[in-house]
Design a binder for this molecule. Structure first.
Ligand code: ADP
Ligand code: MG
Length: 594
C-alpha cells in the first residue's frame, strides 16, 4: 500500500493507482480478522488522505471519490471478514463437537454399533468390544449376525427393512452371544441414520448389558416369593401344630379307656398325627420359626464328620469326594442343622444320579464368607424346576420318594444362619449348590469329634435296629458294624418271629409307619426282660418324652446324628443296667401283645 501511495503521489494523474489502495482492506478480509481489516483500511485511508491533502485540500473530486471508495471497500471487507470469522469458528466448534462425540461413543459403557443397511458393521466402539469380546477389526466389514443367537437371525433382515423405512427399533430385552460363547441379556435401541438429503443410509444401535440387573431382579422376586411362602407356611404350620397337640393329647386320654381293638385304630390316628407334626416341623424350619441353639462351628469339621458317614452309605455306584479348605472356617450355626443341610443336598444329588456318578463336597473361603458347595454329575434340572426349587412341597419325584421339603428346609436353615444359597445347573450335566455363610472371627468351640478321634468301640454285642427309613437303618447298621458290634435289622413284621436272646440293646426310631417304636420296644421287653432300649428321633425331645412317657434315664439320640453321637449313646445305654429307668411307659401304647 505504501508503494502504491508513493506511486500515486509521484504520478498524480494516475488516479487509478491511488484508488487501488482499496485493495489493501479487501485483501486483509481473507484473514477473517475484522480488526486487521480495520487496521489496514485505516492505514489505506490515512495514506490516501495524505496524498490527496498533499495535492490540495481533499484533492480533486476524483480523489475525493476514491477516498469514498477506500472507505466503502474497508467497510465491506470488514463485514466479510466478520462473516468469515463466524463461519470458521462454527466449523471449528463442530469439529470439536464431533471429536467429543466420537470419544464419548468410544468410551461409553454401552455398545454402540453402526451398520449399513445390508447389516455390515462399519463402526464398533470400545463398549461393544468389552461387552461382546470381539475387537472392532474382527467385526467391521462383516455382518452383525455374529452376536445374534441363531434362532433370532431371521429377524435381522426384517429389522433392517424397518430401519430403511425410517423407523426406530426398541427391544427392552434380547439375548446376545459373546465371543466366549456366554450369553448376555441386552436392551437395544436402533435408529436410522440419514444423509443430508434425508435418505436412510445406515443404522446405529445402542446396546446396554442388563444381564446382572435382570438376574438381581429375578433373585429378589424369588426371595420375595419364598419370603411370603414362608410367612404363609409358618402361620399355617403354627396353627396346625396347636390343633395336632389337641388331637394327640385327647388320643392319649382315650388310650386309657379303650378296648384292645380300638387301640389299634387309635395308634393309627396317633401315627398320622405324628407324621403331620413332622411335616409342620419342617415347615417351621423353612419359615425360620424354630429357635435353635447356635455355636461357633468349623464348617470343615462339620463336613468331614458327616461327609465321612454319608460317603459310606450313599450307594456303591456313587463316589463322594470331600475337599475341605486348608484353614478353619468358623461360622455361627447349629451343628445338627449344618448336618441336615449336607444330608439333604447329598440325598438330592444321589436321587439325581440313578446310574451313579460323583458328588463333590467342597469348602472354601469367599471374602468374608465361608463357602460350601455340593456338586453332582446328575440329571441337572430345567429352568422351571430351578425357579421353584426352594418352595415347600415342590418336588419332581414320585409321592413315595419326595416330600419337596428338603430344599425348603435347607433354605430356611441357611437364611436363619444369615447365609445365602444359590444353584447352578445344566440339564444332563449336573448341579452345584453353593451356600455362603458369614465367617466369624472367634475360633470354633469344641472341635467336632469325628470318627477318627476314637469313638466308643463295641466288643461283639448284638444290637437290634428298628428303623423304617432304609437309608437311616443302613447307616446305623453300618456305623455299628464298623465299630465292633453285631447287628440285626428288625421290622414290625418280623418282630414276633425273631429270637433276640443274645441281643443286649434295641435301637429304635420312635415314630414309625406302623406302631410307634416305644410300643414295639415294650413287646420285645416282655419277651426279653434284659433288653436295653435306645430311641432315635427327628422330633423334639421333650414333647416325645411326654407323649410316650419316656423317662429321663432313657436316652433319645436326635436325628440327624453323627457316628460319634450314636456310638456314645450306644455305649452309655449298654453301660446302664437294663431294668433301671430305661423301660418306656406302656400307657402310650396299650396294644395287644403278640
Ligand atoms: P424332594 O427331594 O423331596 O423332591 P427337595 O426340596 O429336596 O424335595 O428338592 C426339590 C426338587 O428339586 C427335586 O424334586 C428335584 O426335582 C430338584 N432337585 C433338587 N436337587 C437336585 C439335584 N441335585 N439335581 C437335580 N435336581 C434336583
Ligand atoms: Mg430332597
Amino acid at each position: 500500500m505504501t508503494v502504491l501511495a508513493l506511486l500515486s503521489a509521484a504520478a498524480p494523474p494516475r488516479m487509478l493507482v491511488f484508488g487501488m489502495l482499496a485493495l489493501g482492506p479487501a485483501l486483509a478480509a481473507t484473514s477473517s480478522n475484522p480488526s486487521a481489516v480495520l487496521l489496514v483500511g485505516g492505514y489505506a485511508l490515512a495514506t490516501a488522505f495524505t496524498i490527496s491533502t498533499w495535492q490540495g485540500l481533499l484533492g480533486t473530486l476524483d480523489q475525493f471519490l476514491r477516498l469514498v471508495v477506500v472507505v466503502t471497500i474497508t467497510v465491506i471487507s470488514w463485514a466479510v471478514a466478520r462473516h468469515h470469522r463466524a463461519l470458521a469458528r462454527g466449523q471449528a466448534g463442530a469439529a470439536r463437537e464431533r471429536e467429543m462425540l466420537v470419544a464419548f461413543a468410544e468410551q461409553s459403557a454401552d455398545a454402540i454399533i453402526v451398520s449399513r443397511l445390508d447389516g455390515v458393521v462399519t463402526s464398533w466402539n470400545g463398549g461393544a468390544e468389552r461387552l461382546y469380546g470381539y475387537t472392532a477389526d474382527e467385526v467391521i466389514g462383516s455382518r452383525f449376525a455374529k452376536v445374534i443367537p441363531p434362532e433370532r437371525r431371521h429377524a435381522l433382515d426384517q429389522a433392517l427393512a424397518e430401519l430403511a423405512d425410517g423407523r426406530q427399533i426398541r427391544l427392552d430385552e434380547t439375548r446376545r452371544i459373546c465371543r466366549d460363547g456366554s450369553e448376555r441379556v441386552v436392551s437395544v435401541t436402533v435408529s436410522p441414520i440419514r444423509d443430508e438429503l434425508g435418505n436412510v443410509v445406515a443404522a446405529a444401535a445402542t446396546e446396554r448389558d442388563i444381564t446382572d440387573q435382570k438376574l438381581a431382579a429375578e433373585r429378589s422376586a424369588r426371595a420375595a416369593r419364598l419370603e411370603s411362602l414362608g410367612q404363609l407356611a409358618g402361620g399355617v404350620a403354627h396353627d396346625f401344630n396347636n390343633l395336632l397337640a389337641i388331637i394327640l393329647n385327647y388320643a392319649d386320654f382315650l388310650a386309657d379307656e379303650i378296648t384292645p381293638d380300638g387301640a389299634d385304630d387309635l395308634a393309627r390316628i396317633r401315627d398320622a398325627a405324628d407324621r403331620a407334626r413332622s411335616l409342620t416341623g419342617q415347615l417351621l424350619l423353612f419359615a425360620k420359626r424354630e429357635p435353635t441353639e447356635v455355636e461357633i462351628v468349623d464348617l470343615n469339621d462339620s463336613i468331614t464328620c458327616s461327609g465321612e458317614l454319608l460317603s459310606r452309605s450313599i450307594g456303591a455306584n456313587i463316589r463322594m469326594v470331600c475337599r475341605t479348605h486348608s484353614h478353619p472356617l468358623p461360622v455361627r450355626a447349629n451343628r445338627g442343622r449344618l448336618d441336615q443341610i449336607l444330608l439333604n443336598l447329598v440325598i438330592n444329588a444321589r436321587d439325581a444320579m440313578p446310574d451313579g456318578g460323583v458328588v463333590v463336597i467342597e469348602t472354601s473361603r469367599a471374602g468374608a464368607q465361608a463357602r460350601l458347595t455340593v456338586s453332582d454329575t446328575g440329571t441337572g434340572m430345567t429352568p422351571e424346576v430351578r425357579d421353584r426349587l426352594f418352595e415347600p412341597f415342590f418336588t419332581t419325584k414320585p409321592a413315595d420318594r419326595g416330600t419337596g421339603l428338603g430344599l425348603a428346609t435347607v433354605y430356611g436353615i441357611v437364611g436363619d444362619a444369615g447365609g445365602t444359597i444359590g444353584v447352578d445347573s445344566t440339564l444332563g450335566i449336573g448341579t452345584t449348590f453353593e451356600i455362603l455363610l458369614p465367617l466369624v472371627s472367634e475360633p470354633a468351640t469344641a472341635p467336632a469329634e469325628c470318627l477318627e478321634t476314637g469313638p466308643a468301640h463295641g466288643h461283639g454285642e448284638r444290637i437290634a435296629v428298628i428303623e423304617d427309613e432304609d437309608y437311616v437303618r443302613d447307616l446305623v447298621i453300618r456305623i455299628l458294624r464298623e465299630h465292633g458290634y453285631r447287628t440285626t435289622a428288625l421290622s414290625e413284621e418280623n418282630l414276633a418271629a425273631s429270637t433276640l436272646d443274645d441281643a443286649s440293646l434295641l435301637i429304635t426310631d420312635i415314630v414309625l409307619r406302623g406302631r410307634p417304636g416305644p410300643a414295639l420296644a415294650d413287646d420285645l421287653r416282655d419277651r426279653h426282660p434284659g433288653l436295653r432300649v435306645l430311641f432315635m428321633s427327628g422330633y423334639s425331645d421333650a414333647e416325645l418324652r411326654r407323649r410316650y412317657d419316656i423317662g429321663d434315664a432313657t436316652r433319645i439320640v436326635q436325628k440327624p446324628f453323627t457316628a460319634v453321637e450314636l456310638l456314645a449313646a450306644v455305649d452309655e445305654a449298654l453301660s446302664t443296667p437294663p431294668a433301671v429307668g430305661s423301660a418306656p411307659g406302656s400307657s402310650a401304647q396299650p396294644g395287644p401283645s403278640p
